[in-house]
Design a protein around this ligand. Structure first.
Ligand code: GLU
Length: 293
């Protein structure tokens, strides 16, 4: 059972020595769950806080960011960021409902009100902003390539055009799957799946030669590959990660931005216990948030 540090519990128990006795899970940081926070009536914050639960769209296949473990729990930096926001709404981690949200369905699950927010390696861009609102950014990744460790032919995106037989895997509805097209000899080089672990499997079996997406996602697969995969070339895009919410909910967006800014220690701990444990990642500083719109 994960220990939840509520303000009331801290006040009542006082010492961290007593807190430890409650039986914490040392893998992930304690999340502060504010007791009975007050919000203006009619806001999304009031609705969620009163309901005592929140539906969060995230990835289930991306080590370091959003990965469902064998017990069925999700873990990763996105998961911890969502827990920080839920905590500020008075919602404990075990009261979060996690909804798997692959890249192509993220706008849709928000528009259809199937989730309250999406925290899922979700790049902020203008096209997506036509359908949803983004809080954040809370992290900035960049697109890169992953190949088999013994591949010396593909050393970066500029080698793809000269090797038209090389198959490149990415995910439908992702920014990398669009951005890679300008480097390809033709579009038949591109192989698309719905989730990245299928690309990693295809690389392992030799069905594809390259996987492309954000560097931090690829680093998670490299770390899990036991030396089978490596990253090549430099990152060639910027991918600022935002938290997707219903279009136009400026109040909820501002609440999320304020919550992250007020919880930088928790943010840093969240990184250190998740993506920060993956070899090759660098601890981020919380970026300044964009204006909410
Ligand atoms: N950050 C990119 C995106 O939002 C790639 C990662 C992903 O597909 O989740 O499309």
């Amino acid at each position: 059972m994960r220990f939840i540090k509520t303000k009331a519990a801290v006040a009542a128990i006082g010492l961290s020595l007593s807190l430890a006795a409650c039986g914490g899970d040392s893998d992930t940081p304690d999340v502060e769950v504010v007791e009975s926070p007050e919000f203006e009536e009619g806001t999304k914050m009031a609705e969620l806080s009163e309901a005592g639960t929140i539906r969060v769209g995230t990835k289930f296949d991306q080590p370091g960011f959003g990965l469902q473990n064998l017990e069925g729990d999700v873990e990763g930096f996105d998961v911890e960021v969502a827990k920080i926001i839920a905590g500020a709404l008075g919602i404990a981690p075990e009261d979060i409902e996690w909804v798997e949200s692959p890249s192509a369905v993220r706008e849709q699950v928000i528009e259809r009100d199937e989730v309250d927010m999406v925290v899922a390696t979700y790049t902020i861009n203008d096209e997506r902003k036509e359908r949803i609102t983004f809080a954040g950014p809370y992290y900035v990744a960049g697109q890169q390539l992953m190949v088999a460790a013994d591949n010396d032919t593909i050393t970066g995106p500029d080698d793809l055009e000269a090797n038209p037989d090389a198959k490149v895997c990415s995910v439908t509805g992702s920014t990398p799957s669009e951005q890679i097209k300008e480097y390809l000899a033709n579009e038949s080089q591109l192989v698309l799946f719905d989730v990245y672990d299928k690309c990693a499997d295809a690389l392992r079996t030799g069905q594809v030669d390259v996987v492309t997406t954000d560097n931090v996602i690829l680093l998670g697969f490299v770390a899990e590959s036991d030396g089978e995969f490596k990253l090549v070339g430099e990152q060639f895009t910027d991918e600022p990660y935002g938290i997707g919410i219903e279009k136009g909910d400026v109040e909820f967006c501002e609440f999320i931005n304020e919550t992250l800014a007020d919880n930088e220690d928790a943010y840093n701990d969240a990184w250190a216990s998740t993506a920060g444990e993956v070899e090759g990642t660098e601890a981020p500083e919380l970026p300044d948030a964009d204006a909410c719109a």
